[in-house]
Design a protein around this ligand. Sequence first.
Ligand SMILES: [Zn+2]
Length: 319
Amino acid sequence: MRYFIGVDLGGTNIAVGVVNEVGELLGKYSVPTNPSRGFMSVVKDMADACIVVAEKVGLTLDDITSIGVGVPGAVDTRENSVVLAVNLDWRGVPLGDELNKYLDKPVYLGNDADCAALGEIFSGCAKGCSSAVMITIGTGIGGGIIMNKKIFSGCDGRGTEPGHYFMIFGGDTCGCGKKGCFEAYASCTALIRQTKRSMLDNPSSKMWDVCNKNIDTVNGRTAFDAAKLGDEAALAVVDQFITYLAAGTAGLVNIFRPDIVIIGGGVSNEGPYLLDPLNEKLLTLGYGTDLMPYPKAVKATLGNDAGIIGAALLGFSEE
Ligand SMILES: [Zn+2]
């Protein structure tokens, strides 16, 4: 059995784990990132954390085949460097080489959302599939494309941005500064905006009760919670949101034709209230659904572990 270490590098924590070649997470460890202390210091702690986690599961670095890091930003897989990670204030830093100095192991870098998708393929909801489109609904829309059990990261290895293709040209403003991106309509931020708009138009909606009459406390659950009480305005918000999500997803499926669609992020916790209508709408919006099998949208199952497992198996997936 071979063993790999995955590092899920976040703005708050450095989470590391040891994973075997069948995708089992054997042990985890984490330390604060504290990015303000600078790149070199963070990398040193990443290396120390790798040694600690190996020992925790009864191994040493000699037993580890390779190390993978999921980075919250854009990576250059050819240069093994981080192009831009806004949360860490890193621009053009040689992360692969620097980490290798401490550990003397092959180091692979990937975008964190891509790593999560890879983790779900190896040991989560998409186990057994070889291709997937993952859509993570959070503040923005993160996403990953997996083809033949590898991350599809474009011609220059810098990754894809499925949250930022134009869905409604000139539409709502996106976090990226452009207008009309998929993310501007189907992220949790967009859902909150759509919920507030509807509440202002519908003063008697139960959405007001759900958020204790305080519109500033609206979150991604408000419209879903009121819809479950049968509130007409909330039902319309939820239906419209899922229609946007389905439209964007159908576009991605038309391009990549994956085995499966993975939905992650907080909104995915709505489970069947989100996924059943989403799958119905996909069958209406998708191309050729009456002629050929269509991929099903399912909920991501690994949570935060997906990023560690996917990062660990970056090297394995490249073999
Ligand atoms: Zn955008």
